[in-house]
Design a protein around this ligand. Structure first.
Ligand SMILES: C[C@H](O)[C@H](O)[C@H]1CNc2nc(N)[nH]c(=O)c2N1
Ligand SMILES: N[C@@H](Cc1ccc(O)cc1)C(=O)O
Ligand SMILES: [Fe+2]
Length: 515
């Protein structure tokens, strides 16, 4: 529990204390998700920097020098000594703040991944392992490889579990000895909301509605309190909220037989038959999550608002969709400037229950893991013009599969009209097409089919700069980096097993046909 509380505290330490709305002194501006996301990334960075500078200042002021018992002589040369002991790294500050929570948090076991540069090869490694042992740490994972630049030197990745206070000491010593290249505190959620409160600027339909804003905060709290593995709490939606749902649901019911792609129509019908989709009430995320899990393994977790692209995409790699639970303002049922539960449930969820589309969504997520900021921007642009606002061909006609169109019939009709430009989906050009969410789009991309879009996307991803390949292991529900013979070996075994099932099934079907 202490770890969760400390992680929560660390989140809050960096979380943006005020929303970007007029009353908090942020300039009014026409809503644009892209600008918002960029603006907020900048503010998040500034907020973090301020917090870190203040903590370093405090560390400077605190005359008490932490006793360093560690046997430094054995591991460093004078020139390596870093006498600026208070150049605390962000992780040290996060740890120090967690420790400040009290004795329990101080003793709490923290998992961390250390990337080390071992200048004296195996000699340095044995000293580091001795230090870990000295601080009562447990090595969970260790791998080394020759340093690309310096012969005789090693790079090491060591995952350890260690009491926070000891870990703080160890990091400091490794940093001073010039061994520590990087550390990641693994159980701190870096799920930073880009907004603490909804950004309801002047032209947001709910801006002047105090009751609506209270409701938004109340529902956002569910997302903040949510822990992985919990069922998503039910929400007692009000009559007004259900009326808003009804207005949109009935229009989608009218329009989707003609305009939605076949994959969407198929699952929509299933959802109606299962009683999850009806005109009277907003479906509960927990029920939708169970349905999707049965179909494709996708599950939901509640999101309090717009997440950073990296956070949002990373979840898709694990077949987790971060879904908002609040609903748009009743004044504007047919288009809202931000994702809401109607958009997520009516727009996204039917297709996340389709195997081919679920695979495509997961592959965008997998491609985002370890991607550079530039590549994240390209992936979220591809996501925008496909998952959010994509069109596809079907028996010579243009159909809709983009969630942002299926949940906003006004824009759906615009997208299918001859007003906007229609371009063939091609990842390389789509990925760099600028877009704004202020009004309807001037350009929409048309895929030959969902499978064709997936194939084109895979080829484009294979040229991305990431120097390693990843795969999602459905048994462990974890993403594996395919960078060792052992991992490739287990993947080949997995494939062999699947192929065996496939050939047995084919033989049995052939035999049945003959009989
Ligand atoms: C991936 C891309 O940035 C996309 O616009 C994301 C951003 N963050 C999001 N956050 C939430 N909660 N819901 C969304 O649909 C999105 N869309
Ligand atoms: N415009 C969509 C909601 C939406 C907003 C922003 C997005 O990024 C995506 C979807 C609707 O009204 O349903
Ligand atoms: Fe969306």
């Amino acid at each position: 529990m202490a770890a969760v509380a400390a992680a929560q505290k660390n989140r809050e330490m960096f979380a943006i204390k005020k929303s970007y709305s007029i009353e908090n002194g942020y300039p009014a501006r026409r809503r644009s998700l892209v600008d918002d996301a960029r603006f907020e990334t900048l503010v998040v960075k500034q907020t973090k920097q301020t917090v870190l500078d203040e903590a370093r200042q405090r560390a400077n002021d605190s005359s008490v020098e932490h006793e360093i018992e560690y046997d430094e002589k054995a591991t460093q040369k004078p020139e390596q000594q870093n006498d600026d002991d208070t150049g605390l790294t962000e992780e040290e500050i996060v740890l120090a703040n967690a420790i400040a929570e009290g004795p329990e948090a101080e003793r709490a076991i923290q998992r961390a991944a250390l990337i080390l540069r071992l200048r004296e090869g195996m000699n340095s490694l044995s000293r580091v392992l001795k230090a870990i042992e000295k601080y009562q740490g447990a090595v969970v994972h260790l791998e080394t490889r020759p340093n690309k630049k310096e012969n005789g030197q090693l790079d090491a990745l060591i995952k350890i579990d260690m009491a926070r206070s000891n870990l703080l000491q160890l990091i400091k010593n490794l940093r001073q000895s010039g061994t520590l290249e990087h550390i990641t505190l693994l159980d701190d959620c870096n799920h930073l909301m880009t907004k603490y409160e909804p950004d309801l600027d002047m032209n947001h339909p709910g801006f002047s509605d105090k009751e609506y804003r209270e409701r938004r905060k109340e529902i956002a709290e569910i997302a903040f309190a949510y822990k992985y593995g919990d069922p998503v709490p039910y929400i007692e939606y009000t009559e007004t909220e259900n009326k808003t749902w009804n207005a949109v649901f009935t229009t989608v019911l009218d329009l989707m037989p003609k305009h939605a792609c076949a994959e969407y129509r198929r699952v929509f019908k299933l959802l109606v038959e299962e009683g999850l989709f009806n005109a009277t009430g907003i479906p509960q995320l927990e029920d939708m999550s169970s349905f999707m899990k049965k179909c494709t393994g996708f599950t939901l977790r509640p999101a309090a608002g717009l997440l950073t692209a990296r956070d949002f995409l990373a979840s898709l790699a694990f077949r987790i969709f971060q879904s908002t639970q609040y609903i748009r303002h009743t004044k504007t049922p047919f288009h809202t400037p931000e994702p809401d539960c109607i958009h997520e449930i009516l727009g996204h969820m039917p297709l996340l229950a389709d195997p081919s589309f679920a695979q495509f969504s997961q592959e965008i997520g997998l491609a985002s893991l370890g991607a550079s900021d530039e590549e994240i921007e390209k992936l979220s642009t591809i996501y925008w013009f496909t998952v959010e606002f994509g069109l596809c061909k079907e028996a010579g006609e243009t159909k809709v599969y983009g969630a942002g169109l299926l949940s906003a019939y006004g824009e759906l009709l615009h997208a299918l009209s001859d007003k906007p430009e229609h371009r063939p989906f091609d990842p390389a050009t789509t990925a760099i097409q600028p877009y704004q969410d202020q009004e309807y789009q001037p350009v929409y991309y048309v895929a030959e089919s969902i499978d064709d879009m997936k194939d084109k996307f895979r080829r484009w991803v294979s040229q991305m700069s990431r120097p390693f390949e990843v795969r999602f292991n459905p048994h462990t529900q974890r993403v594996e980096v395919l960078d060792s013979v052992e991992k490739l070996d287990s993947l080949v075994h997995q494939l062999n097993t699947e192929l065996l099932h496939l050939s047995n099934a084919i033989n049995k079907m052939k035999t049945n046909e003959v009989e």
